[in-house]
Design a protein around this ligand. Structure first.
Ligand code: NAP
Length: 286
């Protein structure tokens, strides 16, 4: 019987645990979310993040800037949050409008407040195996889901489709850390279907509706579907053909209700981790 991994329920439990953990902290953690422009999807994501903060006891600081905001204006906003001791995490909602250098803005976030884990410092820590860095939320959440169905991943073949800085690259590192043999596939990969068929763990993060077919998946594989695609009928679906693949997989995440809720739960957790690290640093300095 295929296990449908219930990301919504697992994320709800993480948030419940966080509530208790936050209530016991000496001060309230703060998360700043910066939104540039009026992209409707980004607005929804930011709204959800702010609501999730409130629900667990994190104070949110919202900064909404117009689409025509300049690089310097946004950099100044980030600097103000870097200097604000009540703000422990900073998130720049991506994508930002085309006239902006998003990489420069992301890198101007203080690494200890970089709850998206995109800074060179945090990416480097992940690669070097340091455990005190902040790991990007979606791969972190995906790994948590995998671990709910299988604890020991050592020696398994893992295939990640997608190599973005936000997801594919950090996901591959997390799987490597668990001693998987990892293949990262991308748009230039040849024989993708054949590569996928060899995967004990298959993670799809492309953004292409139902591209992973039933015959691409090995019997008994764990399948994590990160993609979010809007179908012609208005409904969301993933990068995996869920009906066909769920006949073969040992466990699979649905879309929606799989990886998505974990991203926010891990963002909240990263904010608390950032708070704790900053509090420790301050008490050592005192
Ligand atoms: P991205 O930056 O656009 O990266 C997509 C990746 O897919 C790229 O590495 C690209 O290869 C690869 N690719 C494109 N076409 C391909 C093909 N035909 N065969 C194999 N690989 C192909 O996207 P992303 O930010 O990683 O996000 C990927 C998906 O996950 C999107 O649907 C996004 O909405 C979703 N997502 C969901 C969450 C969540 O919370 N659930 C969070 C983040 C992202 P190249 O590098 O060669 O171009």
């Amino acid at each position: 019987m295929t296990q449908i991994i219930d990301g919504k329920a697992i994320a709800a439990q993480i948030k419940e645990d966080l509530k208790t953990r936050i209530a016991a902290l000496p001060a309230q953690p703060g998360l700043a979310v910066i939104l540039v422009g009026d992209d409707p999807a980004s607005k929804v994501y930011v709204g959800n993040k702010v609501k999730a903060c409130e629900a667990v006891g994190i104070k949110s600081y919202e900064s909404r800037l117009p689409a025509k905001a300049t690089q310097d204006e946004i950099a100044a906003e980030i600097k103000a949050f870097n200097d604000n001791k009540h703000v422990h995490g900073i998130l720049l909602q991506l994508p930002v409008p085309d006239h902006l250098d998003s990489e420069a803005l992301v890198q101007s976030i203080a690494p200890e407040k970089d709850v998206d884990g995109l800074s060179i410092t945090n990416a480097g820590k992940l690669i070097l195996g340091h455990t005190d860095g902040l790991v990007p939320c979606t791969p972190q959440g995906s790994m948590r889901l995998i671990k709910t169905v299988k604890q020991d991943l050592s020696g398994l073949n893992a295939v990640v489709i997608g190599r973005s800085n936000l997801f594919g690259k950090p996901m591959a590192q997390l799987l490597l850390r668990e001693n998987c043999t990892v293949t990262t596939a991308h748009s230039r990969t040849k024989n993708l279907e054949e590569i996928c068929r060899n995967a004990d763990i298959l993670v799809a993060a492309v953004g292409r509706e139902k591209m992973v077919k039933g015959e691409w998946v090995k019997d008994g594989a764990i399948v994590i579907d990160v993609g979010i695609n809007r179908q012609d009928n208005g409904k969301l679906c993933g990068d995996v053909d869920f009906d066909a693949v769920s006949d073969k997989a040992f466990a699979i995440t649905p879309v929606p209700g799989g990886v998505g809720p974990m991203t926010i739960a891990c963002l909240l957790e990263n904010t608390v981790k950032a708070f704790e690290a900053q509090s420790n640093k301050n008490s050592l300095a005192a």
